[in-house]
Ligand binder design. Structure first.
Ligand SMILES: [Zn+2]
Length: 156
């Protein structure tokens, strides 16, 4: 008896059905189809779990960051390279509208990061653009990376 040729209901590939009720070419497609149909429920569950386990999630994120410093640096650089203009524009706009707050933040950061600060001062290119903007870009970048990593971890 020859097997029936069917079309996978998820990916559309033709396959030999082992059972008459078989709808998908593989376990993978079956799972994917299930996920598509239950996406909202799955995401809501994930979100609820994350909210109920905030401490666990945070300590996991921290540990992950500590164990992946090099990877983080690469990600940071890559992300920055492809979002440079946007970050720069956003920072400039914020800076313009929040000068006092920006100065206060910069002052605080400067006090806590003296070495980094003198490194920035040594670099002429930053001198031309203004220290404040460079600092704000770094901060914005860190914030975006954190957000991106969180998203990735939640999707795992
Ligand atoms: Zn398939």
């Amino acid at each position: 008896m020859s097997k029936e040729i069917k079309k996978c209901e998820y990916c559309g590939k033709e396959f030999e059905a082992n059972r008459i009720t078989q709808k998908f070419c593989s376990e993978k497609c079956c799972k994917r189809e299930w996920y598509e149909n239950n996406k909202d429920k799955v995401e809501a569950n994930k979100k609820r779990w994350n909210e109920n386990n905030k401490n666990k999630v945070n300590s996991y994120s921290k540990k992950w960051r500590e164990n992946n410093r090099e990877k983080m640096k690469v990600m940071q650089k890559e992300w920055y390279e492809s979002n440079k203009k946007e970050v720069s524009a956003r920072v400039k706009k914020w800076y313009k509208n929040n000068k006092e707050e920006a100065y206060a933040r910069i002052k605080k950061w400067r006090e806590n990061n003296r070495e980094r600060w003198s490194e920035i001062m040594r670099k002429n290119k930053y001198r031309n653009r203004g220290y404040a903007e460079e600092w704000l870009e770094v901060k914005e970048l860190q914030y975006q990376i954190k957000k991106e990593l969180k998203k990735q971890q939640e999707n795992n």
